[in-house]
Ligand binder design. Structure first.
Ligand SMILES: Cc1ncc(COP(=O)(O)O)c(C=O)c1O
Length: 392
């Protein structure tokens, strides 16, 4: 099943303040300059899928594959590690009473001081992996809180990067609470991808890091897409893309469609209520990275102004979308993508079959649709299981 709320009446046609002020162009530029210096940086592929576009009766369809991002298999590599550098910069500047650059921290010039600052976060997998990787790169101790449903494969991936992983009972929101409480008690520094009242800077840096994807897309396309489908958990990815694309393309920036699971539609419900709303998660979705009950207020500030439509989709759409990518139509490239990474595609495939939704979203044979494939195979066991289930 696919539900649609059209929140704005079509695409907002001027650059809203939130897309400039919450995340400034300068913040995106700084993140781009820093991240493109990291070892192993390369723009991720932006694939054209002409056969699928034809099948869906669209003009063009592009898929940005975040699978190869820094060898971490998801776009999250851009956020947590970048925000970690900023947290360390601020703390070392405070301790030393002098200004310090991100490059100095990254290249080990403050190694002794960095080793004394513990960074921590809650995660459903991908953000924690990015933070663990960043901490390993910089030499800072890392503690990651995961909830009961996070797969063992994802926990092990973070341990392999040197993080201490703490599994709690309860859901993602409970893991965020526990992480915050323990950090306060022991003097650790939270590097979260979601914000809360009084805690904004690290999630802002996380989102600035995500803006690298928007720059890469902007640099590779000659014409702006008409639509972008963005899967959301707390909304950071969608907000960063929305703000950055609006800054880069202005009035030509695409209509933004946010996609969430039926089991965790906190932004969808916020749009319906006209105010940020917490959703009480009763069941865990297969889209593990999107299982968030509380929006990030910082992200919502942007999304409430920039998003045209919110979609909520059921879990059964995910397997077929993963199969579609790996066994493509015609000569389209073969792409391996994880459960959360294909949510935008799953929603698109679903709405294209529903003429009223297609019409409401303004999708037709001239549409140029962009998808962000936000993860590759982040957990091979789950990936193979889903493939097997769909094939049976
Ligand atoms: C693969 C993947 N896609 C999308 C998202 C959603 O990002 P956000 O929580 O910033 O909305 C996540 C979050 O963990 C994710 O792991």
């Amino acid at each position: 099943m696919t539900d649609l709320i059209s929140y704005q009446s079509g695409k907002p046609d001027f650059v809203k303040a939130a897309a400039q002020q919450v995340l400034s162009k300068q913040a995106f530029d700084e993140a781009f300059q820093e991240i493109t210096q990291w070892q192993g940086y390369g723009a991720t592929p932006l694939y054209s899928l002409p056969s699928l576009a034809k099948d869906l009766e669209l003009g063009t369809l592009c898929y940005k594959d975040e699978g190869p991002r820094f060898g971490l298999a998801s776009f999250k590599a851009l956020g947590g590690a970048y925000a970690a550098l900023h947290v360390l910069k601020r703390e070392i500047e405070r301790r030393m009473g002098q200004s310090v650059t991100l490059e100095e921290i990254r290249t080990g010039q403050w190694a002794q001081e960095v080793a004394d600052v513990t960074l921590t976060s809650a995660t459903d997998g991908n953000h924690g992996r990015s933070l663990a990787w960043g901490c390993q790169m910089i030499g800072a101790p890392c503690r990651i809180y995961i909830h009961a449903q996070v797969s063992e494969g994802r926990a092990q991936a973070m341990q392999a990067l040197g993080a201490e992983v703490i599994r709690i009972e309860g859901d993602y929101d409970a893991s965020v609470d526990q992480c915050r409480r323990e950090a306060q008690r022991y003097g650790w520094f939270v590097v979260s991808d979601t914000s809360w009242p009084g805690y904004n800077q690290p999630p802002r840096d996380v989102m600035a890091g995500y803006g690298v994807m928007a720059r890469e897309v902007f640099d590779s396309l000659t014409e702006a897409p008409t639509h972008i489908f963005l899967q959301a958990g707390v909304g950071g990815l969608a907000a960063a893309m929305a703000a950055s694309l609006r800054q880069l393309w202005g009035k030509k920036s695409p209509r933004i469609v946010v996609v969430e699971p039926d089991f965790a539609p906190c932004l969808f419900e916020s749009a319906r209520a006209g105010a940020m709303t917490v959703f009480d998660i009763k069941q865990e979705t297969i889209m593990a990275g999107l299982s968030c009950g509380a929006p990030s207020p910082l992200a919502w500030e942007i999304l409430q102004n920039e998003v045209s439509d919110f979609l909520s989709i059921s879990d059964d759409l995910i397997g077929p979308a993963m199969v579609q990518l790996v066994r493509p139509s015609g000569d389209d490239p073969k792409i391996e993508a994880g459960e959360s990474g294909v949510a935008g595609l799953a929603a698109l495939m679903s709405v294209c079959q529903l003429s009223d939704m297609r019409q409401k979203l303004g999708l037709d044979h001239k549409s140029r649709v962009l998808l962000i494939g936000s993860e590759g195979v982040t957990d091979p066991v789950i990936y193979n299981q889903i493939m097997q289930d769909v094939s049976n």
